[in-house]
Write a protein of this length. Structure first.
Length: 128
């Protein structure tokens, strides 16, 4: 099978609903597409801000801010995975969003990002 990746980057898959999203910046649309391209069979992407930032030439802090904004806008779902031996806690969003979770003794081992496609009102877009 031919490897069509350039520099190990792989695909960025951006559907029309994301391309047409007026509340996302161009960078956020590309980030969404990259996360979508990396989600794999499990349906989520576990790439770090550093990994995504290196591929897209975006600083890690800026990447974190843009991803957080996409989560708050509903374009991404974020799940944090905490483990202690065999025990596992899944936290949707962030710990600050879910203060009732007791993760004492647990270590965050993974962040899962799930791209969410919002529907577009095509007639509304045509009227503008």
């Amino acid at each position: 099978m031919e490897d069509n990746r350039i520099g190990g980057i792989g695909w960025s898959l951006i559907p029309p609903s994301i391309v047409g999203a007026e509340d996302l910046s161009s960078s956020q649309k590309i980030i969404w597409g990259r996360i979508n391209g990396l989600k794999g069979e499990r349906g989520y992407c576990f790439a770090s801000n550093e990994f995504l930032g290196k591929q897209l030439k975006i600083k890690s802090g800026s990447m974190a801010n843009m991803i957080s904004e996409m989560v708050s806008l509903g374009y991404l779902k974020r799940t944090l995975v905490f483990k202690n031996g065999e025990a596992e806690i899944l936290v949707d969003g962030s710990l600050s969003d879910n203060p009732s979770y007791d993760t004492k003794g647990f270590k965050m081992t993974e962040r899962r990002l799930i791209p969410v496609e919002k529907t577009i009102d095509h007639e509304e877009m045509l009227e503008e």
